[in-house]
Ligand binder design. Structure first.
Ligand code: DGL
Length: 263
C-alpha cells in the first residue's frame, strides 16, 4: 500500500468533520477523503441491518477512491458495523465509540450522562462497553432525538436547538452527573451551547482526540504514515447540499475542496 494514499473517512453526514479536524491537526501531511452520507442521515433511527448496508456502501466507495486506511467517524456505524467491516476488508479500519471508560474512571458523583443516537445506545457493542467499564456507576442514557437533522441543516444556535438540548439535558442535571459523554460525532458542534446549559463542574468528553491518536498509531504500526511534506489534498464529498460542510469547515476553506458526489 502506498503511504501517500489518502485516509478515507465517512460519517452519516457532516458530524464526522469534528473527527477529521482532530486527524488533520495531528497528521497535517496526510491526504484525506471524507464522505458525508447526508442524503441518508440520520443513521441513528435506522435498523442495524440498514446501518450495516450503508456502512458497506461507504467503505466500498472509499476503497475505490484508493484509501489506505478507513476511519468510521460515526458512533452509530461503528457500534453496528465495525466487526463486519473488520472481518471483511483487508485494510485497517478505525472506529469511534462513546468515551464511557474515561468518564467512568473519573466520576466522583458516580453518575455520568451519555448523549447518543438510538442506534448507538441500543447496540450490543455499546452495551458490552458499558457493562465492562460502568457497571458500578449510574449511567443516564439519553437519545439525542432531533439533534442530527438540525446539525445537518447547520442550525446550531437556533431556539429549536436550545429547546431540544434543554429537554435532553434535564434528566442528567437532575441526576447530578459530573461527566457528559458525547456519543455522536455531530455533537461536538454543540459544545458551546452545552457549556451554557450545564453546571461548570460537569466535564464534557468526546472521542475525537482519541480517534486521531489511534489513527496515528495504526498508521505508524503499518508503516503507512505519509512521510512526504508536500501540501496534502483534503477532499470532502457529500451526496446532499455542500452548504453545511462549507459552514462547519469555513476556517479551512483555502485548503480543502467540497464537492457533490453520487454514492
Ligand atoms: N455522527 C453519527 C454518530 O456519530 C450520527 C448518527 C446519525 O446519523 O444519526 O453517531
Amino acid at each position: 500500500m502506498n503511504k501517500t494514499a489518502p485516509i478515507g473517512i465517512f460519517d452519516s453526514g457532516v458530524g464526522g468533520t469534528s473527527i477529521w479536524k482532530e486527524i488533520n491537526a495531528l497528521l497535517p501531511f496526510e491526504n484525506t477523503i471524507y464522505l458525508a452520507d447526508s442524503k441518508n442521515a440520520p443513521y441513528g433511527n435506522k435498523s442495524a441491518e440498514e446501518i450495516l448496508q450503508l456502512s458497506i456502501k461507504n467503505v466500498e466507495k472509499l476503497l475505490k477512491m484508493g484509501s489506505k486506511i478507513i476511519v468510521v467517524a460515526c458512533n452509530t456505524a461503528t457500534t453496528n458495523a465495525i466487526d463486519y467491516l473488520r472481518s471483511n476488508y483487508n485494510i485497517p479500519i478505525i472506529g469511534i465509540e462513546p468515551a464511557i471508560k474515561p468518564a467512568a474512571l473519573q466520576t466522583v458523583t458516580k453518575t455520568i450522562g451519555i448523549l447518543a443516537t438510538k442506534g448507538t445506545l441500543s447496540s450490543r457493542l455499546f452495551h458490552n462497553t458499558s457493562e465492562a467499564f460502568a457497571k458500578d456507576i449510574q449511567v443516564i442514557e439519553v437519545i439525542g432525538e432531533g439533534l442530527v437533522p438540525l446539525i445537518e441543516k447547520g442550525s446550531l444556535q437556533t431556539p429549536e436547538m436550545i429547546e431540544l438540548l434543554q429537554k435532553h439535558l434535564s434528566p442528567m442535571i437532575v441526576a447530578n452527573i459530573d461527566h457528559l459523554v458525547l456519543g455522536c460525532s455531530h455533537y461536538p458542534y454543540l459544545i458551546p451551547q452545552l457549556e451554557k446549559m450545564i453546571p461548570k463542574s460537569v466535564k464534557i468528553i468526546d472521542s475525537g482526540g482519541a480517534v486521531a491518536r489511534h489513527t496515528f498509531k495504526i498508521l505508524e504500526q503499518n508503516q503507512l504514515l505519509n512521510t512526504s511534506e508536500t501540501e496534502p489534498f483534503l477532499d470532502f464529498f457529500t451526496n446532499a447540499t455542500t452548504d453545511t460542510l462549507a459552514l462547519l469547515l469555513k476556517e479551512y476553506k483555502d485548503k480543502i475542496t467540497i464537492k457533490r458526489l453520487h454514492f
